[in-house]
Design a binder for this molecule. Structure first.
Ligand code: NAD
Ligand code: MG
Length: 383
């Protein structure tokens, strides 16, 4: 029985993880979980599955839950996340928190010899240079949950690293893939939140529309698969059937295909190297799909990809700046404080204003993340 700690259990990935675990309850058990502010949904999940250790973001929510459920153990804040991610009986931490907040619990979990199933891509973007050496030092597994990275991981099974020619990351193109730059000026939050293929949390849905999500995924791929930025290509593929591919030296291309369903990469990260049935999973019928489309992203229309390659190639503190500025600008757009195209403008301005550091420590990353957020707030007069 694999014992799992799910961070961000009330989110899109978190709730789908609960579904996967419930469908294979003879193999998996959630022994600890965390939620942010959605206490109502957390209580619904608690009715569904018996979990002993539970962390919430706010101390007052912890006190409320402690009174109501005296037989379970409650924790709060970042300290609480670290406590549940490092519990003695946890085998694997599935990190489905959104944003920079996922970094510290990941580091502490690795240092407590836990395997990591990582949905929280921001962790690798800002601190790949700290995470990858730690994974090696502690001999733990780092398993991708992001669908593209799971596809690449599956396409690399049994292959030799030196035989890779390039990685081809597919992208749906997000809600605005067919809009001109002019049309992008006035798009609304509601339009941005309508993703054509996937139902996901708000932050990543906006990131998909700006293409910052793909930019973050390029950096995530660099760290997970140890490839140069020159060997990572992004390809728009509107149907989201090919989840990504690897091209080898002999020109062979190996891909992973399937209907869009995040439960598959979640489950594979938990069952690897085995494959279990995906309960209620829709099988792919290529004769129904008939046609698949592919095209190169237009970086004049969306600057985010260029910014991400630039930040990634520079490395050091710059990916953390891009990520922090993007998290802040994304949230301002979601709250109707700025326009859609302001997101990439603010990220670029923040990157230009940053004093670059080559090899930031965790403490420096925390400061740089804060600085980037304040810089964005300051630019729009919201500080
Ligand atoms: P979501 O917003 O639906 O859920 C986020 C979860 O984290 C919630 O439980 C929330 O309460 C919790 N949380 C948020 N901020 C927190 C904080 N500061 N401290 C503690 N808990 C906090 O997000 P999601 O769409 O499930 O995405 C989670 C992560 O997975 C992101 O990094 C995202 O990029 C990645 N991801 C998601 C999908 C998807 O299909 N949703 C696909 C690939 C990767
Ligand atoms: Mg993805």
């Amino acid at each position: 029985m694999k014992k799992i700690c799910v961070l961000g259990v009330t989110g899109s990935i978190g709730t789908q993880t609960v579904d996967v675990v419930r469908n294979h309850s003879d193999e998996f058990e959630i022994v600890a979980m965390s939620a942010g502010h959605n206490i109502k949904l957390l209580e619904d999940i608690m009715k569904d599955i018996a979990v002993q250790h539970i962390c919430v973001q706010e101390q007052r929510d912890k006190e409320y839950l402690e009174k109501k459920y005296p037989h379970q153990c409650f924790y709060s804040g970042t300290e609480g996340l670290v406590q549940i991610a490092t519990l003695e009986n946890v085998d694997i931490v599935l990190n489905a928190i959104v944003g920079f907040a996922g970094l510290l619990p990941t580091i502490k979990a690795i240092q407590s010899h836990k395997d990591i199933a990582l949905a929280n891509k921001e962790t690798l973007v800002v601190a790949g240079h700290l995470i990858i050496p730690l994974v090696k030092e502690y001999g733990v597994k780092l398993l991708p949950v992001d669908s593209e990275h799971s596809a690449i991981f599956q396409s690399l099974n049994g292959e030799h690293h030196q035989d890779i020619s390039k990685i081809i990351l597919t992208a749906s193109g997000g809600s605005f893939r067919d809009k001109t730059r002019e049309e992008l000026k006035n798009v609304t939050v509601e339009q941005a939140l309508k993703h054509p293929n996937w139902s996901m949390g708000a932050k990543i849905t906006i990131d998909s529309a700006t293409l910052f999500n793909k930019g973050l995924e390029v950096m995530e791929a660099k760290w997970l698969f140890d490839v140069d930025y020159d060997d990572i290509e992004v390809l728009i593929h509107p149907e989201s059937i090919i989840h990504s591919m690897v091209e080898y030296q002999d020109t062979s291309v190996i891909a992973q295909l399937g209907t869009p369903d995040m439960r598959l990469p979640i489950q594979y990260a938990l069952t690897y190297p085995r494959r279990f049935p995906l309960i209620n999973g829709k099988k792919l019928s290529l004769s129904d799909v008939k046609t698949l489309h592919f095209y190169t992203p237009d970086t004049n229309r969306f600057k985010a990809l260029d910014l991400a390659y630039k930040a990634g190639r520079l490395g050091g503190s710059m990916p953390c700046v891009l990520n922090g500025a993007n998290e802040q600008a994304n949230s301002l757009f979601l709250n109707h404080k700025i326009q859609f195209l302001d997101i990439e403008r603010l990220v670029e301005e923040t990157m230009n204003a940053h004093q670059w550091i080559e090899n930031p420590t965790l403490e420096q990353l925390v400061e740089i993340d804060q600085w980037a957020r304040y810089y964005v707030l300051n630019r729009v007069g919201e500080d």
